[in-house]
Design a protein around this ligand. Structure first.
Ligand SMILES: Nc1ncnc2c1ncn2[C@@H]1O[C@H](COP(=O)(O)OP(=O)(O)O)[C@@H](O)[C@H]1O
Ligand SMILES: [Mg+2]
Length: 288
């Protein structure tokens, strides 16, 4: 066990002193809009760029990141928080620089508040301090615990598709989340082209401005086309950014990642000392 912890620590060693982990939460109003597809491929591109990336599945239960990444999950964060195993035991290395952290729905995670186990957890979490990014695939909807995850994240990305029901639900998420965030990012998935994505985004932005006011910065991080290659990759449990790295979908995904990295690098962080994997969980637990 000790050995394994050390191994993880060396795999996830920080590149620099004064290192921070950027926490990015991916959410949506409606399910089935591409959150997990986006999360997994975003994490893949970031890791290809040399960043160390943790991918936290906080929406387990349905066919999710484990299915997309074609791995078998045995234990999750819930087992760690119950004291049944260590954090290192549950982490699944996907490839160099990319680690899957099987979670559980936020409701389950936040039910456990044993101080003793927390302390051990935060101690163990130090082996993930070297992560450059923690990408969280949250559940859909405006539930309270999802909001707690979003609040603790540095950047929140709302995924939607062009259909009216999804847009209405995305808007509900924007409205609720605007109470805890001054800026929100959007990805328009399964669009026909850039123009369609921009038109839809402008509409959402207009409604948000009218109802929420200018305080909220709503930004279009990018779009993805509806693409048979994307759904084919999902079906065969591979990543479209690996299968066809030069397709429009992959190029769009790279643009999204570039925009995200650019934003995060310009962000002035208030308290660097808490910008770590453990720091994120501390923020999470404190809000609960
Ligand atoms: N850009 C896309 N083009 C074609 N199909 C897509 C695209 N994005 C997602 N899908 C399909 O939509 C389904 C739901 O995506 P998923 O990422 O599981 O959504 P969520 O995590 O939001 O529930 C996937 O099975 C996939 O086949
Ligand atoms: Mg999903």
């Amino acid at each position: 066990m000790e050995n394994q912890a050390n191994k993880l620590k060396s795999l996830v060693k920080p590149n620099l002193d004064n290192h921070v982990t950027h926490v990015v939460a991916i959410t949506s109003g409606k399910g089935g809009v591409g959150k997990s597809t986006v999360s997994a491929n975003m994490a893949n591109i970031l890791s290809n760029h040399g960043y160390k990336v943790g991918l936290l599945d906080a929406d387990i239960g349905l066919a999710n990141l484990d299915v997309i990444l074609n791995v078998r999950i045995q234990k999750t964060l819930l087992h760690v928080l119950k004291g049944e195993c260590s954090l290192e035991d549950i982490i699944i290395p996907i490839k160099s620089n990319l680690f899957l952290i099987p979670g559980e729905s936020g409701d389950e995670i936040l039910k456990y508040n044993d101080q003793f186990i927390y302390e051990r957890f935060f101690e163990e979490a130090k082996s993930l301090d070297g992560l450059d990014f923690l990408i969280i695939d949250t559940g859909a909807g405006i539930g309270e615990t999802i909001q707690i995850f979003l609040e603790a994240a540095d950047e929140v990305i709302i995924v939607t598709v062009p259909d009216p029901a999804a847009i209405t639900d995305a808007y509900a998420t924007i409205k609720v989340t605007s109470k805890i965030k001054d800026s929100l990012q959007m990805i328009l998935n399964m669009t026909r082209n850039e123009k369609e994505a921009e038109l839809i985004f402008e509409k959402i932005k207009k409604v948000a401005r009218q109802n929420i006011g200018p305080r909220l910065e709503l930004n279009l991080l990018g779009k993805l086309p509806e693409d048979k290659g994307v759904s084919r990759s999902i079906k065969q449990r591979t990543l479209f950014t690996n299968d066809s790295p030069n397709s429009t979908a992959s190029m769009d995904m790279k643009k999204i990642v570039n925009n995200l990295v650019y934003r995060l690098e310009r962000k002035v962080l208030d308290d660097k000392s808490s910008r770590s994997f453990g720091g994120f969980f501390k923020r999470l637990m404190e809000q609960f």
